[in-house]
Write a protein that binds this ligand. Structure first.
Ligand code: CDP
Length: 238
């Protein structure tokens, strides 16, 4: 497999073509952003930590029967993935109220959400990733009703798998965002799963161990990501 030219650079990852038209290389960079790219910083080790973290999670999800774009980790900061047609819709599940939900509805941060909520957002930075629903997604052709149903089923399945995985490490999976795409007509999980796109709290102290440390300027961002990784059995290089 040969890495060829850069296809595009996102806020935290760059994507490269390869000699295989069905495969891409994801390069995880140290760049960190929040608030639709308004707050930006490079955090040492982040690319490596998120690449290794994501590979570990994607392998667990595949083992549990969730189809993903992940193929294999190529280096500390690169992974090989299937080239998909991305569906421009973000799926968010929440087990505990935090972030946007608290802001929008005024519910108390930390309240348990039973059953867990499921929300859709349009993946569009210029528009600030607005909240959408199934009807809008169908009408504007972002996803079909069948694809939306599959995305919802898979997003909830991921919740059951990862809530249990993090619970073993004494962690609460508060909420997370997933993105899907189509590969040979099938809906599969894309993007990444790392502390950049979910909220994880210590189960006893409720200390935040995710990107909220960056958003809220709490410091110790990558230290927290590595702590979470170690608690679920990941070993990071020195
Ligand atoms: O990020 P913010 O608090 O504004 O939005 P949210 O709706 O509370 O986010 C729910 C979860 O999805 C959090 O774990 C976010 O980190 C994640 N998310 C994301 O990774 N990317 C987005 N564009 C929006 C949310």
């Amino acid at each position: 497999m040969e890495k060829r030219q850069e296809l595009y650079a996102g806020k935290a990852k760059s994507v490269y073509t390869t000699d295989d038209p069905d495969r891409l290389v994801l390069q995880f960079r140290d760049d960190t952003s929040a608030f639709d790219g308004k707050k930006k910083e490079a955090l040492a080790r982040k690319g490596m930590v998120n690449n290794i973290f994501n590979a570990f999670i994607m392998e667990r999800l595949e083992d549990a029967g969730v189809p993903t774009h992940f193929e294999q980790r190529l280096s500390d900061t690169e992974s090989l993935v299937k080239k998909m047609d991305m569906i421009p819709v973000e799926c968010v599940v929440r087990n505990i109220a935090a972030g946007g939900l608290v802001k929008r509805l005024g519910v108390e941060e930390g309240s348990e959400l039973t059953p867990p909520t499921f929300e859709l957002f349009l993946k569009n930075d210029d528009k600030g990733d607005p909240m959408i629903n199934e009807s809008l997604a169908e009408t504007f052709g972002w996803a079909t009703s069948e694809q939306l149903a599959q995305m919802k089923t898979l997003t909830y399945k991921v919740n059951e798998i990862l809530k249990a995985l993090f619970a073993h490490g004494g962690l609460l999976l508060v909420d997370y965002k997933l993105e899907f795409g189509l590969f040979k007509g099938e809906v599969i999980l894309g993007d990444e799963f790392s502390p950049d796109g979910c909220r994880l709290w210590d189960a006893d102290t409720r200390e935040k161990l995710d990107k909220d440390r960056f958003r809220q300027g709490l410091g110790g961002v990558i230290e927290a990501y590595e702590e979470v990784g170690r608690r679920i059995g990941i070993e990071f290089p020195a």
